[in-house]
Design a protein around this ligand. Structure first.
Ligand SMILES: [Zn+2]
Ligand SMILES: [Zn+2]
Length: 267
């Protein structure tokens, strides 16, 4: 077991060894300068040693190779940098009971006991922090636990599938990274109009992940029937947007949490 690096007194990364910036198309984790000067390897990331036959060999640095590999995993997650802030679980500040409940599940159950708890599906109006919590979860899983994750915007996924179809590219090329990742986020599920072909492809993806017991995290502005009376603007239900089949699969894979914008109990 590789030890996680402990850096002391670094204000830049708060002793985590990395920091995150939103630049270019995707959010990036960067190795902090306090690790670049790793005392084990001098910042090379590997150390040389001799084996029993006196051959020179190279090995991973016990001080910094784990954090280097976790940073790579975070950078493969493809979290869009369009969000105005870096979204970590610890920078989510709940103001309502629903938000407290959602944070508690994401942080104290899902992340802490990964992979023993189900994924989550966060429903609610825009601006309650659904995407923040989902991104916070995959950021922590990649950077702290080295788990491979993938972020995908639902609307963008459909657009990519349509484009692949029109260019004669197999849809599997688009789906493969989403099937392979241990944890995925599908953001804003149900956004846009999906036709039967798109629903079928989505069904393949969700079924595949269901069969391999991989965690799937969803955010959506559409409430399920159970929460239909919470919606101010009566709109479509999630079941209607994505179909009963995908809905019931997700119901088995995810803990459904509804986040209301205002909390009348707290007023
Ligand atoms: Zn540092
Ligand atoms: Zn090192």
């Amino acid at each position: 077991m590789e030890a996680k690096i402990k850096t002391v007194g670094c204000k830049k990364c708060h002793n985590q060894g990395y920091y995150i910036v939103n630049e270019n198309e995707f959010s990036h984790a960067k190795l902090c300068t306090c690790v670049e000067n790793c005392k084990h390897c001098g910042g090379k990331g590997y150390i040389s040693y001799k084996n029993e036959n006196n051959y020179d060999l190279l090995g991973k640095c016990p001080g910094c190779s784990l954090i280097r590999s976790n940073i790579k995993k975070y950078n493969l997650t493809k979290i869009p940098s369009k969000f105005s802030q870096v979204m970590m679980v610890d920078t989510y500040f709940p103001k309502t009971g629903d938000q407290q409940k959602a944070l508690k599940y994401v942080k104290d159950s899902f992340i802490r006991h990964y992979p023993n708890e189900p994924g989550f599906l966060l429903m609610g109006p825009p601006g309650v922090g659904k995407t923040h919590l989902a991104i916070g979860a995959i950021s922590e899983l990649t950077l702290e636990k080295g788990i491979s994750c993938m972020f995908k915007d639902f609307f963008l996924l459909l657009a990519e599938l349509r484009q692949a179809y029109s260019e004669g590219v197999a849809e599997n090329e688009i789906l493969r990274p989403l099937i392979d990742a241990e944890v995925i986020v599908i953001d804003e599920m149900g956004k846009g109009k999906c036709n039967e072909w798109e629903i079928n492809i989505l069904d393949q993806l969700i079924s595949n992940r269901y069969n391999s017991s991989k965690k799937t995290l969803i955010t959506t502005n559409f409430p399920s029937k159970e929460y239909s009376d919470h919606v101010y603007e009566k709109g479509e239900l999630l079941e209607e947007r994505i179909g009963e089949r995908i809905f019931s699969r997700l119901n088995e894979m995810c803990n459904f949490l509804y986040i209301e914008a205002e909390d009348f109990r707290m007023k």
